[in-house]
Design a protein around this ligand. Structure first.
Ligand code: PRP
Ligand code: ADE
Length: 177
């Protein structure tokens, strides 16, 4: 890794074997959130990527719950609004919802969160199987938003989650096997 800024971020991700269940190596971003210099560097790197890749975005969409921690400061930095995609039963008013991960999870977005044709970037902390991100893309498409791209800090490459996103541009800052 040649970029010292990237190394500073990677150094603040720690790994816990067999959490939350045997066989899972959990990538924990808590040290990154706790270190204001490293966290600022994270948002700097994401901002650089987004500004270089997308000339105009209307909203950053963040996924419940760790995606909120990344998406809100990034949206502020970009000077645009933030839209939450939440787990079932958390959003008031009319919602659009979708099941994911073998039907035991459900994600929702408020029906009036974006208008047809608005351009969004979907942000989360981590891509594993890609089921959560794919479901979020589908929700945004149902609202007729244009999903310009999907962005995460951490990609677990071995799970090939990015293949679920088809033609939507995907970017990860850090990759793990
Ligand atoms: C984690 C992570 C992603 C998702 C990735 O969220 O933050 O949203 O899993 O997994 P996938 O690519 O296999 O779908 P989790 O559902 O654990 O919720 P949390 O952010 O509230 O901890
Ligand atoms: N979400 C899904 N898989 C994960 C992992 N290995 N580490 C942290 N969050 C996750």
């Amino acid at each position: 890794m040649s970029d010292g800024r990237l190394r500073a971020v990677r150094d603040r991700v720690r790994s816990f074997p067999d959490f939350p269940q045997p066989g899972v190596l959990f990538r924990d971003i808590s040290p990154l959130l706790k270190d204001p210099v490293a966290f600022r560097t994270l948002i700097d790197l994401l901002e650089d990527h987004v500004r270089a890749s997308f000339p105009k975005i209307d909203f950053v969409v963040g996924l419940d719950s760790r995606g909120f921690l990344i998406g809100t400061p990034l949206a502020q930095r970009l000077g645009i609004g933030f839209v939450p995609v939440r787990k079932k039963g958390k959003l008031p008013g009319a919602t659009e919802s979708i099941s994911y991960s073998l039907e035991y999870g459900r994600l929702e977005i408020q029906s009036d969160a974006v208008e047809a044709g608005q351009k969004v970037l979907i942000v989360d902390d981590l891509l594993a199987t890609g089921g959560t991100m794919r479901a979020a893309c589908e929700l945004l498409k149902r609202l007729k938003a244009e999903v310009l791209g999907c962005l995460v800090i951490i990609e677990l490459k071995a799970l090939k989650g990015s293949e679920k996103l088809n033609s939507i541009p995907f970017y990860s800052l850090l990759q793990y096997d």
